[in-house]
Design a protein around this ligand. Structure first.
Ligand code: NI
Length: 159
């Protein structure tokens, strides 16, 4: 296992669309292990493969609760419900926290690391994390989805 370098800010790869995983081989399994180690090292709750420079549709999510770490290969969001306005950060934008609107509930279908089809429904933070990570796979980053601040009435803005 190894800690991988996290791509940051204006790295062009973050805007690229990731490709479907066709074969879950040892390299993919190794990548997943490294992604989990990297996510934990930087106290993240989720990480997409593109963030370590690999354009494959793989995400890992760990909310540090009693549930097992989610490993989603080729995830597809099949259902969303409701809305939540939340503050959100990203390991690729270490100093940025922005407001975004996410679904309150998300159902995702994916393969696990053994190639088994899984279906996960999450609410709250899990719904937020799934949405955020699937965005990464489509080249969508935090600054694309943040709610713009109302600069007209914001006296603390910096020049
Ligand atoms: Ni992120």
């Amino acid at each position: 296992m190894a800690i991988r370098n996290i791509r940051k800010e204006d790295d062009e790869i973050l805007k690229k669309k990731s490709k479907e995983v066709e074969v879950i081989d040892d390299r993919v399994k190794e990548l997943i292990k490294d992604m989990i180690e990297t996510m934990h090292k930087f106290d993240g709750v989720g990480l997409a493969a593109v963030q370590v420079g690999i354009l494959k549709r793989i995400v890992v999510i760990d909310l540090y609760d009693e549930k097992p770490i989610l490993k989603l290969i080729n995830p597809v969001i099949i259902k969303t419900k409701g809305k939540q306005e939340v503050e959100e950060g990203c390991l690729s934008f270490p100093n940025k926290y922005v407001k975004v609107i996410r679904p309150e509930e998300v159902t995702v279908e994916a393969l696990d690391e053994n190639g088994k089809k899984i279906k996960v429904t999450g609410t709250g933070l899990l719904a937020q994390a799934i949405s955020h990570e699937v965005d990464h796979l489509n080249g969508i980053i935090l600054t694309d989805v943040m709610i713009p601040r109302n600069y007209g009435s914001n006296r603390t803005r910096r020049q």
